[in-house]
Design a protein around this ligand. Structure first.
Ligand SMILES: *[C@@H]1O[C@H](CO)[C@@H](O)[C@H](O)[C@H]1NC(C)=O
Ligand SMILES: *[C@@H]1O[C@H](CO)[C@@H](O)[C@H](O)[C@H]1NC(C)=O
Ligand SMILES: *[C@@H]1O[C@H](CO)[C@@H](O)[C@H](O)[C@H]1NC(C)=O
Length: 378
């Protein structure tokens, strides 16, 4: 049997589930397209098979489904953030340093467009290309793998650039001066910080990977990591990238149970800022309606979380998209400098002219709380 026929029979075998979406035991919530690919992936354990056929032939799946008379629109029930928050993303895969990261993605056969979400006010553009972004700081080690695929063709996208940033294990973002709660607003030394910021290219499997730390929490947001995927950027001799298109802007999250487990460990447990649950974070709710922005993960040592985790997620991107990016600061040959027209103005307001909030000023209650605390601390 040819690969195509194998695939076709796998899809036909899945057809009863497709044809009777009312059976809740067979068809849980979530986009049909994704579920169906998952089903195929489960049938064939060989990662190569899955990579080269199920993903790559996502369009074949769509064609077959059309030929079976399955009307996609009527059958898809949108994921809502509550159902996403109830999914357990813990994997029992065995993960080891230096493993073939593509095997992490063998059972996540998604080929859907990952929605672009808010860039946030703490992006520093121009960070270095580097795999280890920990700067030697303490925290739970985390190898983060992000696979980029073209959602139209389901092909992996090599030579894309993934730029990530997050707060450190005690909930501080470095690299931006004057954001309430993130250091002394009058101390410019925070601009020289680069911890948990960096850029990596995607390899032949479309995977960019980082040696990072599990991010800490801070008041106002659920624990998360920011991402920008650049397509067509140029590597400069000084180990940075310029140009290209910001095809996707994302925020990725963790299971609440994993956050709780990490937060019980030092140095996370020294952080006294309130923890915001995923379901209470409106950006999580936005990102988790119709998509699953939570990282799958596995413990490196099943008996000791402190030894670290692997975490992974796939992004389906529109490679032609070019989203606007307004960084708070730039990393330059002279170190970090604030963007005079960025979202954070030292000594000034936040989000000046932020769409929907004319008149500037930080509009959200936690921003006011944080600003009040920062002011009180001086
Ligand atoms: C991993 O989990 C799956 C699904 O829960 C299960 O079928 C499988 O047997 C598990 N594998 C191992 C090695 O524990
Ligand atoms: C997080 O960053 C802040 C600012 O640089 C620093 O004071 C703090 O020690 C860092 N946390 C850890 C655990 O290194
Ligand atoms: C790297 O080179 C680019 C292009 O010349 C420049 O804009 C940027 O400031 C440089 N960055 C660093 C960290 O040297």
């Amino acid at each position: 049997m040819s690969l195509k026929n194998i695939l076709a029979s796998a899809l036909l075998a899945a057809a009863p589930a497709v044809a009777h979406p009312g059976h809740k035991d067979v068809v849980p919530q979530g986009p049909l397209y994704r579920r169906n690919l998952d089903h195929c992936a489960g049938k064939f354990q060989e990662p190569e098979f899955i990579k080269r056929t199920v993903e790559i032939h996502g369009s074949e799946l769509a064609r077959l489904r059309r030929s079976l008379g399955i009307v996609e629109k009527a059958k898809i029930s949108p994921r809502d953030y509550l159902s996403v928050s109830r999914i357990d993303h813990k994997s029992n895969k065995t993960v080891t340093k230096g493993m073939d990261l593509s095997t992490l993605f063998s059972d996540s056969g998604t080929c859907v467009l990952t929605p672009t979400v808010d860039l946030g006010p703490l992006y520093v553009k121009g960070e270095e290309i580097r795999k280890d972004i920990t700067n030697g700081e303490r925290g739970v080690p985390m190898t983060l793998a992000i696979q980029v695929i073209d959602y139209r063709t389901c092909q992996v996208v090599p030579n894309a650039w993934v730029d990530i940033w997050s707060s450190n294990s005690t909930g501080i973002y470095v690299g931006v001066q004057g954001y309430p709660g993130m250091g002394d607003p009058n101390d410019a030394s925070i601009l020289q910080g680069t911890t948990l910021r960096g850029v990596q290219p995607t390899d032949n499997h479309g995977i960019a990977s980082f040696d990072s730390l599990f991010p800490g929490h801070y008041d106002g947001r659920a624990t998360h990591i920011h991402t920008v995927v650049y397509i067509g950027a140029t590597r400069q001799p000084n180990n940075t990238i310029t140009g290209g298109r910001a095809a996707q802007i994302g925020q990725i999250y963790f299971d609440q149970s994993l956050i709780s487990a990490v937060e019980s460990l030092p140095p996370y447990n020294t952080n006294r800022m309130p923890i915001v649950q995923n379901v209470n974070d409106f950006l999580f709710r936005q990102g988790a309606n119709g998509d699953d922005p939570i990282l799958r993960y596995a413990y490196i040592n099943p008996n000791n979380l402190a030894d670290g985790i692997f975490a992974w997620i796939r992004f389906g991107v529109d490679v032609n998209a070019n989203k606007p990016v307004n960084p708070a600061a730039f990393w330059t040959e002279n170190g970090g400098v604030m963007n005079p027209t960025g979202p954070v103005q030292p000594g000034g307001g936040f989000f000046p002219g932020f769409p929907g909030f004319p008149g500037g000023g930080w509009p959200w209650p936690w921003g006011r709380r944080r600003a009040a605390r920062a002011a009180g601390a001086q």
